[in-house]
Design a protein around this ligand. Structure first.
Ligand code: ACO
Length: 335
């Protein structure tokens, strides 16, 4: 019998900072609107030509996580790569990480669960470790959003929210069943798939068809979000899935040392914090500086919290996410 636990964490953020004031110059928006609705002050965007890609940011975060775990890349048995912005339509980005890290034949699997991607990936890694199939699993969340956003006033309700970046953890086997991942809880609801989505091009409407139509009104290749509907569902599902984890572990809300919610929107995190009566010290937020980095947001925040000494042996950590699909989930970790 094994549990899985996190033994190394890393993050990578592109150097290029884009402030709300920078966005004011290219679209009709304001620092006040963005901060009031989302809490975001700035985000990182890959600068064209700086050599970054979704997989390369993942590799940079992964190298740090592997080193901090006291391992070398060749010790990794399995790679899980969570993203909604892969380098290619196919193959996935995990195999590019495997090649870049020079881990011969290491299986690599992409997880396409959007904002919940990292939570799904940790839960998946946990299962592979618990069964004994793999010992050391590298779990990456990485997103390169900025190149695919509508950076005009037309796309402002989405483009001001998202940022680029990557986070990674190394998970390994432990025989101490009272530490590590104690439980994980996953859900999805495809009924609302199109409420937060990027529809085209797709296999029902390939690129040649879109090009032939040559319709300037067609913006199906930009992300779409029904913002208020997403917000309302997010606050309900975040609360439900955290409660599910608390019940499974028999933890009370005041026993949570650190809740790391997916950094969707500061207002969503504050709503959840209030719902459980948590103090500011019990909830970690960094969306103010990085925006919403989708699958990368939790591993970036977890790494930053660990670097600040907020996560150490004995800490009770809750990861929770909600996003496109809709998908949602939580992971309860006894550090
Ligand atoms: N700057 C200025 N004005 C804007 C902007 C902007 N960036 N975006 C929209 N507006 C305008 C709209 O055009 C609209 O103007 P109108 O009243 O003249 O028509 C007005 O602001 C209100 O627009 P809404 O879309 O109704 O704004 P809302 O208050 O819902 O806030 C937001 C939008 C922030 C997206 C909100 O709905 C939200 O947070 N939703 C949750 C979704 C979320 O967090 N998504 C993150 C990704 S998904 C995930 O990670 C879970």
């Amino acid at each position: 019998m094994f549990n899985s636990k996190i033994i190394g964490l890393g993050k990578y953020l592109p150097e290029n900072i884009v402030t709300n004031a920078d966005l004011e110059k290219i679209m009709e928006t304001s620092d006040a609107w963005i901060q009031e609705r989302t809490g975001i002050e700035e985000r990182r965007h890959i600068a064209k030509g700086d050599g970054n890609s979704t997989s390369m940011m993942g590799v940079k975060a992964a190298r740090i996580a592997i080193e901090r775990a006291g391992l070398v890349p060749q010790d990794i048995d399995f790679i899980l790569f969570a993203t909604l912005s892969p380098d290619y339509y196919f193959p996935g980005s995990g195999v590019l990480v495997q090649e870049a890290l020079e881990i011969p034949d290491c299986p690599a699997m992409d997880i396409r669960m959007q904002c919940s991607g990292f939570v799904y990936a940790v839960a998946t890694a946990d299962q592979f470790i618990k069964t004994g199939m793999y010992k050391n699993v590298l779990v990456i969340g990485s997103e390169y959003h900025s190149g695919g956003l509508d950076m005009t006033t037309r796309g402002r309700n989405i483009s001001v929210i998202f940022g680029d970046g990557a986070g990674a953890v190394v998970m390994t086997r432990t025989e101490n069943l009272s530490e590590g991942v104690l439980s994980s809880h996953l859900h999805s609801q495809g009924k609302y798939a199109e409420e937060l989505s990027l529809i085209g091009p797709n296999t029902g409407r390939w690129v040649p068809e879109i090009m032939e139509a040559n319709d300037p009104e067609d913006i199906s290749y930009y992300p779409y979000m029904n913002g208020q509907f997403v917000f309302k569902n997010a606050v309900v599902r975040f609360a439900e899935v955290i409660k599910e984890g608390l019940e499974k572990t028999s933890w009370s809300a005041d026993q949570i040392d650190l809740l790391i919610p997916h950094q969707a929107n500061l207002r969503i995190a504050q709503f959840v914090q209030k719902k459980f009566g948590l103090s500011d010290d019990q909830v970690y937020n960094n969306i103010q500086r990085y925006g919403n980095t989708t699958a990368a947001s939790i591993p970036i925040a977890l790494t930053e919290a660990w670097e600040e000494g907020k996560v150490e042996q004995g800490t009770k950590v809750v990861l929770a996410a909600f996003g496109s699909g809709f998908t949602w989930g939580s992971v309860m970790i006894q550090w």
